[in-house]
Ligand binder design. Structure first.
Ligand SMILES: Nc1ncnc2c1ncn2[C@@H]1O[C@H](COP(=O)(O)OP(=O)(O)OP(=O)(O)O)[C@@H](O)[C@H]1O
Ligand SMILES: [Mg+2]
Length: 375
C-alpha cells in the first residue's frame, strides 16, 4: 500500500522537513533581513525563489521577530491591482496581531467590505477595483499600518519586475518613494533573471538603483539533491536507484521544480518496500506529460497558426533553442519570411511561452516542449 504522504511537495510552501538544502542561501537572506537590508532576489524560473522566502519566514529568528507578508504581483497590471492584492494579503495574515482591525479602521481612502466564506469559515477583504480611486493613497495607508506595528515587518513582493508593465508610467518612482518612507519594514523583491530586474536595481538613472542588496540562487547541487531524494524515499520505506535521480536531474538541468515533479511521480509509482529503477524514467515522464495534456491542448488552441508553427519548430530544435529569424531555420520548417516569425516570437515571448538563451529562443516550460514534440 502507498499510504504515507508523498514527501516531494509541489506547492510553493514546502514544510521544513521536506525542504531540500538552501542552507547557505537561507543564512545569507536571514542575515540581510536582520541587518535591516532590503534584498532583491533574482534567479532563473522555477529554481525556488518563492520557496526560499517562505522558508526564511519560518526560521525562528525571523518568525519570532517579524510580521511577514508576501504578495505575488504577477497577476497585477497596474498600481491599482497591486494595491488590491496587497490589501488582501495583509488582511488575511492571521499571524500579525490585530491586523484585520487595523486595516478596517486605518483605511480612509477606500471602504473595505468583509466577505465571509461559509465553507472555510474565514473572513476575507473585498475591495473592488472600482473602490480604489487613489491607489497611491491606499497603498500608503496600508504601508503606514504595517510600519506602525509593534514588531518590525518584512514585506516580500514576488515577481517585482511586473511593475515595469504597469499602466501608470510613474509606478516605479512612486513605489520607491513610498517604500523609503517606511522605517520599520524590510522589503524583499523577487523576480526572474532578465533585463527588467537588472534594469530596476542596477541602472543608476532608475529610482530603485542601489536600494537593495542583490542576491541570486542557483540550482541545488546534484549530490545534495540526490541525498535528499534518497532520504525522502527511505523515510517512506521505499528505495530508488541513484541513477534514476541523476537522470532526472540531468534531463532538466537540475531545475528544482522539475526535480520535484519527477520525484513526486517516481514516489507515487513505488510501492512500500519496493525500489524504483532507472528503467522507470519514461513511464514517470509519460505520466507527467499526460497529467498536463489537457491544459496544454487548451493553451495551444489559443495561439495563432503562425505562433503554433513557430512553437512546434522551436520544440523540434535541440535543447539550446532556435535562431528564429535565421534562413536555415525558416526554410527547415517552411516558416516563410523572417518578419512574420519575428512578430510571432515577440508575442510568444511577451506571454513567457518562449524565452531567450543568448540569441536563441527556447520553449520556457520543458514539459510543454516535450508535449509539442509529440504532436
Ligand atoms: N528547497 C526546496 N526543496 C524542495 N522543494 C522545493 C525547494 N525549492 C522549491 N521547491 C519546489 O519547487 C517548486 C518551485 O519553487 P518556487 O515556486 O519557489 O520557484 P520560483 O523560483 O519562485 O519559481 P517561479 O519562477 O515560477 O516564480 C515549488 O513549488 C516547490 O514545490
Ligand atoms: Mg516564484
Amino acid at each position: 500500500m502507498k499510504n504515507t504522504r508523498n514527501p516531494f511537495i509541489l506547492t510553493p510552501f514546502v514544510p521544513k522537513q521536506y525542504f531540500c538544502d538552501r542552507e547557505n542561501e537561507t543564512t545569507q537572506l536571514c542575515k540581510h533581513i536582520l541587518n535591516g537590508r532590503n534584498v532583491a532576489l533574482f534567479a532563473k524560473r522555477r529554481l525556488g525563489k518563492t520557496g526560499l522566502i517562505r522558508h526564511c519566514f519560518e526560521q525562528d529568528e525571523i518568525k519570532n521577530a517579524f510580521n511577514t507578508f508576501l504578495v505575488d504581483i504577477y497577476p497585477a497590471g497596474s498600481l491599482k491591482e497591486m494595491t488590491s492584492l496587497f490589501a488582501k494579503e495583509v488582511f488575511s495574515n492571521s499571524k500579525a496581531p490585530g491586523i484585520q482591525d487595523k486595516i478596517l479602521r486605518g483605511l480612509k481612502s477606500v471602504q473595505p467590505k468583509i466577505a465571509y466564506n461559509e465553507l472555510t469559515s474565514t473572513y476575507s477583504l473585498s475591495i473592488g477595483m472600482g473602490d480604489i480611486v487613489q491607489p497611491e493613497k491606499t497603498l500608503e495607508e496600508i504601508l503606514s499600518i504595517i510600519d506602525g506595528m509593534k514588531k518590525p515587518s518584512i514585506v516580500a513582493i514576488d515577481e517585482f519586475q511586473k511593475i515595469r508593465d504597469f499602466q501608470e508610467k510613474n509606478a516605479e518612482a512612486y513605489l520607491r518613494t513610498a517604500f523609503q518612507k517606511c522605517k520599520n519594514i524590510v522589503f524583499l523583491f523577487t523576480g526572474s533573471i532578465g533585463h527588467s530586474m537588472n534594469n530596476i536595481f542596477k541602472s543608476p538613472d532608475k529610482p530603485f538603483y542601489n536600494s537593495a542588496v542583490m542576491m541570486t540562487i542557483n540550482v541545488i547541487d546534484r549530490d545534495v539533491y540526490k541525498d535528499f531524494a534518497l532520504k525522502m524515499f527511505h523515510s517512506g520505506e521505499r528505495d530508488i536507484e541513484e541513477a534514476l535521480i541523476e537522470k532526472c536531474y540531468d534531463y532538466f538541468d537540475g531545475v528544482t521544480w522539475y526535480n520535484q515533479l519527477m520525484m513526486n511521480e517516481a514516489y507515487a509509482q513505488t510501492d512500500k518496500g519496493g525500489t524504483i529503477s532507472i528503467e522507470a524514467f519514461d513511464s514517470i515522464y509519460e505520466a507527467i506529460i499526460a497529467q498536463q495534456a489537457f491544459s496544454y491542448q487548451e493553451l495551444f488552441s489559443r495561439f495563432s497558426s503562425k505562433q503554433k508553427q513557430l512553437l512546434l519548430a522551436i520544440a523540434r530544435e535541440d535543447k539550446e533553442g532556435a535562431m528564429v529569424t535565421s534562413q536555415a531555420f525558416l526554410q527547415k520548417y517552411g516558416l516563410g519570411g523572417a518578419s512574420s516569425s519575428q512578430t510571432a516570437a515577440i508575442a510568444l515571448k511577451k506571454g513567457n511561452y518562449i524565452s531567450d538563451n543568448g540569441n536563441k529562443k527556447q520553449i520556457t516550460d520543458l514539459i510543454f516542449r516535450d508535449w509539442l514534440k509529440k504532436l
